[in-house]
Design a binder for this molecule. Structure first.
Ligand code: DON
Length: 313
């Protein structure tokens, strides 16, 4: 970070957080996972980290939230590290859907019946079945350890209330998973696969954890603070491309035009974004717009991208 950019961020980030926070009243917390409905509607926080470990945060950056769909980026990467590209792309496609993240609409429209991409729910459930391990708990533990490594936080763990709440109410994801099992997309027991999926969605983080994970992606798989290559560059390239084309679901095109950075959102209101070769960014704002993305978080990223000319395009 150049000093002037740090100074501008330090001075203006709290101002931009407060102006974007006004939008929270126009959205809603996710309620289809009952526990998420309790999230604070008016919260908004951000943490930005650079390669030298400089960090700037503003608003409710300390708030704990669950990774939800942000975890799909890392389950995809671990599945690629465990299996390679050929096996993974035999089970999921590479194209955006233009539909909601939990839509089943297109599953029956293609032959073979594989999910369009690994970031929609159906695709991420298929990916969960590709994580290596003898049983669901070994698979989940490997994924949790991987998230701890990438976030440089050995204390990351599950929010058990959110996990149970999702597992108890996941009729739609369950029906998708049984459909995928019927079509030969899922390996093993459907309930075991779903358990791995619900667990990684319920990993509890704050904005600094997400910014640290994003920083590793911003440096093509290397932790810039230690120089250690944690993820092969090719798999980061695949993950970042999906983040551009599908990371904000059926708002990915609009986000690419307004912000122009790789990003992945979750229904808890989290957003992971990054400026390649420069910054990792973690945002939380549980009030969601109609497409399931943080209403104030998207606004804040739009302001930042515009003010600092961060768009890749
Ligand atoms: O499966 C679900 O519906 C949630 N565990 C994750 C969905 C999600 O985060 C979509 N985000 N916008």
């Amino acid at each position: 970070m150049s000093l002037t950019e740090i100074e501008r961020l330090q001075a203006l980030l709290p101002v931009w957080v407060e102006s974007s926070r006004q939008l929270c009243a126009d959205g809603k917390t996710a309620s289809y996972i009952p526990e998420l409905a309790k999230s604070p509607l008016g919260a908004l926080g951000i943490h930005i980290m650079d390669a030298k470990g400089h960090s700037i945060s503003a608003g409710d950056a300390e708030l704990s939230f669950t990774m939800q769909s942000i975890s799909k980026v890392f389950s995809l990467i671990l599945a690629l590290m465990d299996n390679g590209e050929t096996i993974v792309f035999d089970k999921v496609g590479m194209e955006p859907t233009g539909d909601n993240f939990n839509s089943m609409l297109k599953l029956e429209l293609v032959q073979p019946s594989i999910p369009f991409n690994p970031l929609i729910n159906a695709g991420a459930i298929a990916i969960s079945s590709l994580i290596a391990g003898e049983n669901p708990s070994e698979k989940s533990n490997r994924l949790l350890e991987f998230l701890r490594l990438i976030s440089n936080n050995s204390k990351l763990s599950y929010d058990h209330d959110v996990y149970r709440s999702e597992s108890d109410s996941a009729n739609l994801n369950r029906s998708m998973a049984y459909f995928l099992k019927d079509k030969g997309v899922l390996n093993g027991s459907v309930e075991d696969v779903l358990d791995v999926y619900f667990r990684h969605c319920s990993v509890s983080v704050n904005c600094a954890d997400i910014a640290q994970m994003a920083l590793v992606l911003a440096y093509n798989g290397k932790n810039p603070l230690t120089g250690e290559q944690l993820i092969p560059r090719r798999y980061v390239q695949i993950a970042k491309t999906f983040m551009i084309t599908c990371g904000m679901y059926n708002a990915s095109g609009e986000f690419a035009i307004q912000v122009g950075l790789p990003a992945k959102s979750g229904v808890s209101g989290g957003i992971l974004s990054l400026v390649p070769g420069r910054y990792g960014i973690g945002v939380v704002g549980p009030s969601l717009n109609r497409k399931g993305n943080s209403i104030a978080g998207v606004s804040l990223l739009e302001i930042l991208s515009r003010e600092f000319d961060w768009s890749l395009f």
